[in-house]
Write a protein that binds this ligand. Sequence first.
Ligand code: ADP
Ligand code: ADP
Length: 229
Amino acid sequence: EGTVTFENVCFSYDPRQQALKNVSFTIPQGKTVALVGPSGGGKSTILRLLFRFYDVESGRILIDGQDIRQVKQESLRRNIGVVPQDTVLFNDTIFYNIHYGNVNANENEVYKAAKAAQIHDRILTFPDGYETRVGERGLRLSGGEKQRVAIARTMLKDPQIILLDEATSALDTTTERQIQHALTYITKDRTTLVIAHRLSTIVNADLILAVKDGRIVESGTHRELIENV
Ligand code: ADP
Ligand code: ADP
């Protein structure tokens, strides 16, 4: 499960300007897809529609063949994990912050998620257990570490689809790349991963969709797009 299809999707925030114009594509289950292209092109809008933050104006969005407007909102949101650009962490332990993604998960599952997101040793230690507050620990993390916590939190939810919007990411390229690699690796063939980014730095995406002026202007593998330039 986790096949995503956009069929002739149109959407406008403002009646004078269409943000998405007849957007159609299919993302096979378990694949990693990069939405790339200039700022304002429509990448974030695609993610917002998929999460039903807004509804399409016309056209359809299907997950595993089912129109998302026919899926219960809570079930849709359980099946889609969003890794935000700016993760707000509680002033508590890393453990607590990851566990928040799924309060029913046991300790072992939390550690597994943390490990999958490759969180550094120094923040993998939860000396006082997650019930204990550890001062400002969460707030002192680097941007990259915060995002890893966000990834672990999302992983713990075990969604079918993960959305990562780095369209306006404040992270440096190296950190971004590390995080994309970690995510691609841990979701491999299991979770559909959709990453929005200005640049096609995501070399190991299975499919790249170039989004510009509200349209998919090109699609293909990294190699295919390079050869077209
Ligand atoms: P990208 O993610 O590629 O930078 P967006 O999806 O954010 O592009 O934006 C697509 C278009 O929609 C742009 O013209 C942008 O100005 C407009 N837009 C995005 N968000 C909003 C919003 N909340 N209200 C009005 N217009 C918006
Ligand atoms: P920082 O600026 O604090 O180094 P980063 O987000 O770039 O923040 O990286 C956090 C730390 O995690 C780095 O020190 C990095 O070397 C480390 N790291 C990355 N992957 C792993 C891993 N698989 N195992 C252990 N440490 C790792």
